[in-house]
Design a protein around this ligand. Sequence first.
Ligand SMILES: CC1=C(/C=C/C(C)=C/C=C/C(C)=C/C=O)C(C)(C)CCC1
Ligand SMILES: [Fe+2]
Length: 549
Amino acid sequence: MDIIFGRNKKEQLEPLRARVTGRIPAWLQGTLLRNGPGMHTVGETRYNHRFDGLALLHSFTIRDGEIYYRSKYLRSDTYNANIEANRIVVSEFGTMAYPDPCKNIFSKAFSYLSHTIPDFTDNCLINIMKCGEDFYATTETNYIRKINPQTLETLEKVDYRKHVAVNLATSHPHYDDAGNVLNIGTSIVDKGKTKYVIFKIPATVSGGGKKGLSPLKRMEVFCSIASRSLLSPSYYYSFGVTESYIVFLEQPFKMDILKMATAYLRGMSWASCLAFHREDKTYIHIIDQRTRKPVLTKFYTDPMVVFHHVNAYEEDGCLLFDVIAYEDSSLYQLFYLANLDKDFEENSRLTSVPALKRFAVPLHMDKNAEAGSNLIKLSSTTARALKEKEDQVYCQPELLYEGLELPRINYTHNGKQYRYVFAAEVQWSPILTKILIIKYDILTKSSLKWGEVHCWPVEPVFVPTPGAKDEDHRIILSAIVSTDPQKLPFLLVLDAKSFTELARASVDVEMHLDLHGLFIPGADWDAGKQASSREERDRAAERHVAPRT
Ligand SMILES: CC1=C(/C=C/C(C)=C/C=C/C(C)=C/C=O)C(C)(C)CCC1
Ligand SMILES: [Fe+2]
């Protein structure tokens, strides 16, 4: 398992041409840009958790049937401080670090105090977000890092708190058809209140091409929801949107703010401040985008832990939303590197497997419906919503498929009716034995799979052809890491309809097992040369030099 999780990966700064077998469709031009942890030790120190490692950006640029690979560590303040000190000096999700152990007791006490309100890490290792013309590496703290998607260079550090009052924000934002970004964050004990804040970043700002007019400056609060508890807000990792609503799950997987405030003193990690409360409920908040207010009915379901929302949409007066649900928070436990190292097979026994579940909530309450009656009359799902009181509904999901994670869809169907989920299928029997890529058809409840011995696929990314009518038209891209030292990692190109392999592009590097990313369509990048970032273009424009595109 060390090959996959443990070893630090080297950067590939110069674009490296991949060896392509099969045929890359001529129309497929652009860059698959991805992010994930690549460095798990610094000097003699070691991170504890898979979600701690230093962010390593990598990209596959596809151009005229050829593929170029490159990778570069995100030069976050965290990365720079660690490398300079030659040890881990910034705390991450599962690792509490101490900046300066040599100082005397008084300065130690001082630095403890200054950590009471923690300044979180800017090691943005989870995902990539597009804001207007700009790209950012993201994590779950208040920091994001702008990057150059071509050269993978790290640009400015952005603190969400300068624009909206959030201490944490998800790394899984949504985009509307115009490219505006919608995200949700938590504002912790601000003016005596803890709330979940939904905020919007516009895709364009008039005069946005000029320096200083970043869309982030026009970020605005869309709506906020009071947390049920001031000092133990829910932890959440993503949310869902439909054309008119937003779905937010306030789940019983909670952060203990008092524990977080004293974690540094106690030498405990942030992860140890999260706890699953199995005696509690999961509250389903439905926000009407037109009124910017939550609907009044109180929907709830059994305790569960959801990391990834898959999609949501409206059908005949109901809102359907699909999530990957767990019965507890054992997933985070699984990814402690000590567990992964020792005996992965022994420790990969999850106490709950990820399950694709469909929930349905009625958007209009039938006042005459009797208590106990099912308010969902759709023929498309067996999910139920049982009326309990006038304004209280208990939801029971439909189980669609067991053993799915890292779901992606054809994003042009986001918020709309859809049929296909592309994901990684994890097979447990009873330990993790295999990971495949799967296309799950919600309509027929059937699936197609791709897998190969020694291959560890990551999240499959769907790339549509412009103007395609079929939801599964056209390509799946997935970076595949192999546990066989003889087999190079490769970018897999699948036909999304038939799930057959069209091509693979092997690269002679040690590739990291990443987390998330996106595809940037376009043929206008020269993979072999360093291309200019927006700032560079702006500078060029100021000098009255025609900017490169
Ligand atoms: C640093 C930090 C956090 C980081 C969490 C991370 C990095 C989570 C990654 C989760 C992933 C990758 C899940 C995949 O399913 C918290 C807990 C928000 C709290 C404050 C500080
Ligand atoms: Fe994720």
